[in-house]
Design a protein around this ligand. Structure first.
Ligand code: GTR
Length: 325
């Protein structure tokens, strides 16, 4: 009896899936990092929840590892609706939405805990709203963590004088080139998708990023990824956005659901992040990568002109960030 019911139910499930296949809408998502990386995993999990909550109406298809190009290309594709979700650094968003550059300024956050408080609170919400209402043609869904960026090269960088004559790759945003120049080096703007080769061939003398990126992108295996100097000059959150062209076609209820799941993804990514930083750091050390303490105070002082230049128009926002405890 039980067996007959069971078989009947199984046949029914096979013949009548929750929704006919053609009704399923594919949401294309992309990230520069590989599967398993915290930012990628958080969106994959968000996609699973969305699929479940909508009975399979939506399916998030993840294109990891720069399959759809670097971050500049990802942003452009999202703007025209060729993909829906792009997870990018706030770095390349600065030239698109000027105010976001406040998050890109060197030493604007005291530490990672401070940055998290800011993105989780009213300032974070206001900035997402500003981006969504700007002419960027993107809907800002949420923030993610990207730790602290430190310089890596084939030799220690403990003070500004150590960077003299060194070409250091920075993200494509004039603010970062100026930051590296103020730190004592020569900032070179370059797409993330060109960086591994540049480190391999010596087109640049180094780069700067968090431990997970140094590890997951195999930069530590290149000649210029051997010494990781804790300069701590940038704490830049990541952001994930939805193509406005695609967003406007979604029913309001589905938009609300995606927004709710985005907030959950923001908080979930953080746990994944902390675990992965520990894992990546351990593996880098095991691979012989040298971690070197640097004179952060000296780099802080050296970069004051950059904060003065880029922060002048946003002094009240910067004050609010400073007052976030
Ligand atoms: C990483 C970030 C990427 C990308 C990269 C870069 O930390 O996760 O989204 O922005 O830095 O330096 O271009």
């Amino acid at each position: 009896m039980f067996r007959r019911h069971f078989i009947a139910a199984a046949v029914a499930a096979a013949c009548f899936p929750a929704l006919p296949a053609q009704a399923q809408q594919i949401i294309k998502a992309t990230d520069v990092h590989p599967l398993g990386y915290p930012t990628v995993e958080a969106i994959v999990r968000m996609g699973n929840k969305l699929e479940k909550a909508t009975n399979g109406k939506y399916k998030v298809q993840m294109f990891p590892s720069m399959q759809l190009g670097g971050e500049k290309e990802m942003i452009e594709q999202a703007q025209v609706g060729a993909l829906q979700i792009a997870r990018i650094s706030v770095g390349p968003m600065g030239p698109i939405v000027d105010e976001l550059n406040v998050f890109n300024m060197p030493f604007v956050f005291r530490d990672e805990a401070h940055m998290r408080k800011v993105i989780d609170g009213p300032i974070g919400a206001e900035m997402l709203d500003k981006l969504s209402k700007s002419s960027a043609r993107l809907i800002a869904l949420g923030w993610m963590d990207a730790g602290t960026r430190n310089v890596y090269s084939d030799k220690p960088v403990t003070k500004p004088a150590d960077l003299k004559g060194m070409k250091i790759r920075m993200m494509g945003n004039p603010l970062f080139v100026e930051t590296m120049n103020a730190m004592g080096g020569n900032g070179i703007a370059m797409g993330f998708n060109e960086l591994h080769q540049a480190l391999q061939t010596g087109v640049v003398d180094g780069a700067e990023n968090n431990e997970p990126t140094l590890f997951a992108q195999n930069h530590y295996q290149t000649p210029k990824g051997k010494v990781y100097s804790l300069t701590g000059h940038l704490i830049i959150p990541e952001i994930f956005v939805y193509s406005k062209a695609s967003w406007d076609k979604l029913p309001k209820g589905d938009q609300d659901l995606i927004q709710k799941l985005s907030r959950e993804a923001q908080l979930e990514q953080r746990k994944l992040w902390d675990a992965y930083v520990a894992e990546a750091t351990g593996k880098l050390k095991a691979a012989g990568i040298q971690f070197v303490k640097a004179d952060k105070e000296a780099f802080y002082k050296a970069t004051q002109p950059v904060r003065d230049k880029y922060g002048a128009k946003y002094s009240s926002l910067i004050e609010k960030i400073r007052d976030t405890k």
